[in-house]
Design a protein around this ligand. Structure first.
Ligand code: BJW
Length: 257
């Protein structure tokens, strides 16, 4: 249980806004819920989540890719198309405004869709990579769009670098390590922040979810935005119980940003 729950349309209490205005360093952790209102399915929603329809270990693990690379490539190609057609929503735009307005602001995302950047956020720490980039499965070197277009009849295309390599999305699958430099920057940001905003994540996947506990242990105020409770709600000082495309613009507007 968070210490206080505020329903989506209830008045934002002055204490929360005062604490926010007093914050010197802000860190934000976002998850799939932020992009839900852009039409991108989340992972763990009971009926519509990606993992309700597909086995995560088949589609988002090195073992799954080795077993059936075409299945995995086609699934990511479908998601890339969905993301290319999507637009950032008012939640993404509100976070971009917040980042502009605040001198010490770090946006950490688990999302691979690039919608924060398309909304104008800069220096986004992408913990789980980015679906629009493609790498070699063996060397992890980047593969160009030109190479992919020239080998579009292979699913997946071969690697330009090694004979036994294949093209794969530059995302972090289960059992794979996150980029050490990105995780280190994120960890330092949450250790140093005095306010952490956690938006649209179930808090089920580590080490990303553990960042909330790091901020909590360091004494930061935690505010969660999520229509449901999550594994992180018990750490939150405030839980704004509503969709992020509604709550984020409201909060940022109330702060005059
Ligand atoms: C709304 C909303 C609206 C809806 N507004 N909100 C410690 C404990 C236990 C296990 C582990 C541990 N440490 C590591 C592990 C293992 C594993 C793990 O965490 N397993 C758990 C699931 C049990 N972690 C890993 O394997 C990680 N790697 C690792 O630890 O490596 C160690 C290593 C070191 C050295 C060498 C080698 C290895 C890697 C994890 C990678 C996760 N990858 C994925 C796929 C990315 C690519 C892709 O997109 O296909 O990342 S899985 C998936 O989950 C994706 C997401 O980023 C991630 C988190 O999901 P998220 O964002 O929370 O989404 P949902 O759907 O779960 O939740 C959505 C939320 O939004 C809900 O709460 C809704 O209510 C809410 N919502 N509408 C606001 N409108």
């Amino acid at each position: 249980m968070s210490r206080r729950t505020i329903q989506a349309d209830a008045e934002l209490c002055p204490e929360l806004l005062d604490r926010w205005r007093a914050a010197r360093r802000i860190a934000v952790l976002t998850g799939a819920g932020v992009s839900a209102e852009s039409g991108i399915p989340t992972f763990r929603a009971a009926q519509t989540g990606l993992w309700a329809q597909h086995d995560p270990m088949q589609l988002a693990s090195p073992e799954g890719f080795a077993a059936d690379p075409t299945l995995v490539w086609d699934w990511y190609a479908w998601r890339r198309r969905l993301i290319a057609e999507a637009q950032p929503n008012p939640g993404h735009h509100a976070l971009a405004r917040l980042g502009e307005a605040h001198p010490a602001f770090t946006l950490i995302t688990q999302n691979v869709d690039g919608l924060h950047q398309r909304a104008g956020s800069r220096a986004v720490l992408e913990l789980h990579g980015n679906i629009t980039r493609t790498i070699c499965s063996k060397t992890r070197r980047p593969i160009s769009e030109d190479w992919l277009a020239r080998h579009a009849d292979s699913r997946p295309p071969p690697s330009p670098y090694v004979a036994d390599g294949l093209a794969r999305p530059d995302v972090v699958w289960f059992g794979e390590a996150l980029d050490a430099a990105v995780l280190d920057q994120a960890t330092r940001a949450v250790q140093a922040c005095d306010l952490m905003l956690i938006v649209g994540t179930a808090g089920a996947v580590h080490p990303a979810a553990g960042l909330a506990a790091v901020a909590h242990s360091a004494g930061a105020l935690l505010i969660e935005i999520n229509p449901e409770t999550s594994a992180l709600t018990r750490l939150a000082d405030w839980h704004l119980a509503g969709p992020s495309a509604h709550c984020l613009p409201r909060l940022v507007g109330a702060l005059g940003q």
